[in-house]
Write a protein that binds this ligand. Structure first.
Ligand code: NAP
Length: 294
């Protein structure tokens, strides 16, 4: 077996990547380290697609899920390269899972309780003694990210307006390997009937004609069984096979006016992480926001 010498493994820096003619960089750096490295890459003309939190609150916004805000999103300009971020994994679930029905409900408030898998904490994660047979009802900064990033993606204002709706989250770590389950309650101002809402989920396919390789068709898999979605069974939802893990599963839909309740499941590390960055890059190419050598 060859040893990993200088020819196979090299330290990288934004300068060395730009000198080597890199077109795009996919960043999965920890929050805190990402800001400077990603900004420097962009300054040097390398397009950046990031999973990290550091640039998610930039103005103009960098935060993108193509099916959620792709229609109105304009990439931030001001340099040769663009920098796009995908949101926090739990915010990804509630914004994508809720997108087909939220406008019809004109929400007054959105409540989310998440049951988040261990892989969401990165490697090596939490100790086995703290997680085995346990639930930890706190994940640092998670509830704030779900609220802030979710509101931005859905275009919900924070002040009094027809579009004002706080997103209120409880986030817990549970002993599951991958997949974040989220229980959502939407308090509605409008009262559509349940069939119209279910039809909204079934018909939702905003990237239908784009032909993006990583886009799942459909992006939401609506489950009728009373006990789905489940992490063990549904975390890898997504068709065709190359889009596995990219679809959000929605089930347990109940409408008790003025409350709509449903349960969703998102693969935190695929749709909620690296896969989200790849889809953003495909969307940027399809929209001609990036061109090789531009
Ligand atoms: N896990 C998820 O479900 C998820 C979902 C959405 C977004 N994210 C975000 O995605 C990013 C990565 O998450 P993760 O779960 O993969 O974390 P992770 O398991 O902790 O991996 C982080 C990686 O970054 C490397 N690294 C740290 N500092 C670096 C530096 N200065 N230069 C180059 N490499 C560096 C680490 O290398 P060493 O191991 O050698 O230190 C490690 O391989 C984070 O910003 C996280 O918030 C994660």
């Amino acid at each position: 077996m060859p040893s990993l010498g200088d020819d196979l493994l090299r330290a990288m820096s934004p300068a060395s990547l730009a000198r080597a003619g890199a077109f795009a960089a996919f960043s999965a750096l920890p929050s805190g380290s990402a800001r400077e490295v990603e900004s420097e890459l962009r300054r040097r003309g390398v397009h950046v697609f990031s999973n990290a939190a550091d640039h998610r609150t930039d103005r103009p916004p960098s935060l993108l899920i193509p099916e959620v805000n792709g229609a109105e999103f304009r990439p931030p300009r001001g340099g040769r390269a663009i920098l796009l971020t995908n949101p926090n994994c739990t915010a990804t679930g509630v914004t994508l899972g809720g997108r087909p029905v939220l406008d019809r409900l004109a929400p007054r408030a959105i409540h989310v309780t998440s049951y988040q898998s261990l892989s969401g904490a990165g490697f090596p994660g939490l100790s086995s003694l703290s997680t085995h047979g346990n639930i930890i009802p706190y994940i640092e900064a998670e509830e704030e990210k779900v609220s802030l990033e979710g509101s931005r993606l859905l275009g919900l204002s924070r002040g009094p307006s027809a579009r004002s709706a706080p997103i209120l989250a409880h986030c817990a770590r549970v002993p599951v390997r991958e997949g974040h389950l989220e229980a959502v309650t939407v308090e509605a101002r409008r009262r559509p009937d349940l069939d119209a809402l279910l039809e909204g989920w079934r018909r939702f396919d905003p990237l239908g004609t784009d032909g993006l390789p990583t886009a799942p068709r459909p992006p939401i898999e609506l489950r009728a069984e009373p006990d789905r979605p489940q992490p063990l069974l549904d975390t890898w939802a997504g068709r065709p096979p190359r889009a596995r893990g990219m679809a959000v599963s929605v089930g347990r839909v109940r409408w008790t006016p003025p409350f709509l309740r449903f349960t969703l499941l998102v693969h935190n590390a695929v749709r909620g992480g690296a896969g989200g960055s790849v889809l953003n890059a495909e969307f940027a190419v399809a929209r001609a926001w990036v061109r090789d050598g531009a």
